[in-house]
Design a protein around this ligand. Structure first.
Ligand code: SF4
Length: 333
C-alpha cells in the first residue's frame, strides 16, 4: 500500500508553563492521502491550530513537541533540523491563517514578497518569478494583476488580501495546504467565494487540504473526511457523509444539533452542550468529555476510551460507541 502523504502518530504538543503542562495536543494520530480534503473541527482550545502549527514546525517555547511523529514524504518532521524544515515550509506544505496580515509583510509590496518566495523555493530569476506571480494573482481573480503586484498589503480590501494570501500559499504548488479558519475574518458574501476559489485551485494542483474550523456544519460540503477534536484529542473521525448522518460520539452529536437549521420550527430552542471545555492542564480523569456527557457512567469516569487510531473508516473514542442509547437506559436505571 502506498505511503500516505502525511502520517501523524501519537503527536503530543505541550506548553510547559509554571502553572503546569498545557497538553494542547495529546496523543493525536491521523493520516492524509494525496489530494484529500480533511476537515478538522472543534471549539477553541481543542488543539486544532496547535496540530497545524506542529506540522508546520512553528511551535515556539514554552511549547514543545514532547512525543510522536509527523511523517511527510517519508521524513519525520519532528526531528528534521530547522534548516531542512525551512525548505519544506512554504514549498511543500503551506498554511493560510485567519488573519491575512500574519502572512503578509506590510513594508514590502505584494510582488516583492511573491517574487522572493519563488526565487528561494523554485530557483527562478526575478523576471521569471514576476511572470508566475502575475499569473497566480490572476488565478485568484485579482483585477489588473500586473499593476496590483506593485501595491502594498494595506492597499487591498480584506477579501482581496485573503485572495493574495491564497495566491502566495499556492505559488510553489505545495502538496499540502493547511487552511486555519481561512474565511472567518471575511464578510459572509465573500466567504463562500474565497472558499470555492481556494479549494478549486488546490484541486487543480492536486494539493491536499486540511481545513481547520470550529464550524462542523460548514465543512460538510467541502471535505471528504472529517475529524472532531476535543480537549487535545481526536474523539471521532471518518468519511464526512456517514459521520454527519450517524455521528457516534455524544460531543459530535451535540455539535451537529447546535447548528441552526432553516427547516427548524422558529419556536425551537437551539441545542447547546452543557458546561464548558475542560482545562488541558488538568483534564478530567477517564473520558475527558464525561462532565458534559448525558451518557456518562462510572466506567467513563474511571477509564479513558481507546483513542482514534487514524486508520480505517469511521472511528469514535467512546466506550459505548454504537450503543449509546441502551447504555443511557442502564445509567438512568
Ligand atoms: Fe460519554 Fe462515556 Fe462516551 Fe465519554 S466514554 S463520550 S463519557 S459515554
Amino acid at each position: 500500500m502506498a505511503e500516505p502523504l502525511l502520517d501523524v502518530r501519537d503527536l503530543r504538543t505541550y506548553f510547559l508553563t509554571d502553572g503546569g503542562d498545557v497538553r494542547a495536543v495529546d496523543g493525536v494520530s491521523f493520516s492524509m492521502e494525496r489530494g484529500e480534503r480533511l476537515g478538522v473541527v472543534g471549539e477553541s482550545g481543542s488543539g486544532k491550530s496547535v496540530t497545524a502549527s506542529s506540522i508546520m514546525g512553528l511551535i515556539e517555547p514554552p511549547g514543545a513537541i514532547v512525543g510522536g511523529e509527523i511523517r511527510f514524504h517519508g521524513h519525520d518532521l519532528v526531528t528534521l533540523p530547522e534548516r531542512e524544515m525551512r525548505k519544506i515550509r512554504g514549498k511543500e506544505i503551506a498554511i493560510i491563517f485567519q488573519d491575512p496580515m500574519t502572512a503578509l509583510d506590510p513594508v514590502f509590496t505584494i510582488g516583492s514578497q511573491m517574487i522572493e518566495t519563488l526565487k528561494i523555493h523554485r530557483g527562478m530569476s526575478k523576471k521569471e518569478a514576476r511572470v508566475v506571480a502575475i499569473d497566480t494573482l490572476g488565478d485568484v481573480h485579482i483585477p489588473r494583476p500586473e499593476q496590483r503586484l506593485d501595491d502594498y498589503p494595506h492597499q487591498f480590501s480584506g477579501g482581496m488580501r485573503q485572495r493574495v494570501v491564497i495566491a502566495m500559499a499556492l505559488l510553489c504548488d505545495p502538496d499540502l495546504l493547511i487552511a486555519d479558519e481561512p474565511t472567518t475574518a471575511l464578510d459572509v458574501t465573500s466567504q463562500a467565494q474565497v472558499m470555492d476559489l481556494m479549494l478549486g485551485l488546490a484541486d487543480d494542483r492536486g494539493t491536499a487540504v486540511m481545513l481547520i474550523t470550529h464550524d462542523l456544519g460548514g465543512v460538510a460540503g467541502f471535505c471528504q473526511n472529517v475529524q472532531v477534536m476535543y480537549a487535545g484529542e481526536i474523539i471521532e473521525r471518518g468519511p464526512a457523509g456517514p459521520l454527519y448522518q450517524q455521528p457516534e460520539h455524544p460531543y459530535t452529536r451535540g455539535l451537529l444539533e447546535s447548528v441552526p437549521r432553516l427547516d427548524a420550527d422558529a419556536q425551537d430552542r437551539l441545542h447547546s452542550i452543557r458546561g464548558s471545555a475542560p482545562s488541558t492542564t488538568t483534564p478530567p480523569q477517564g473520558c475527558r468529555f464525561w462532565p458534559r456527557c448525558d451518557y456518562a457512567t462510572d466506567v467513563c469516569v474511571a477509564n479513558s476510551p481507546d483513542p482514534c487510531s487514524g486508520r480505517g473508516a469511521q472511528e469514535c473514542a467512546c466506550h459505548f460507541a454504537g450503543d449509546l442509547q441502551s447504555n443511557h437506559e442502564v445509567a438512568e436505571a
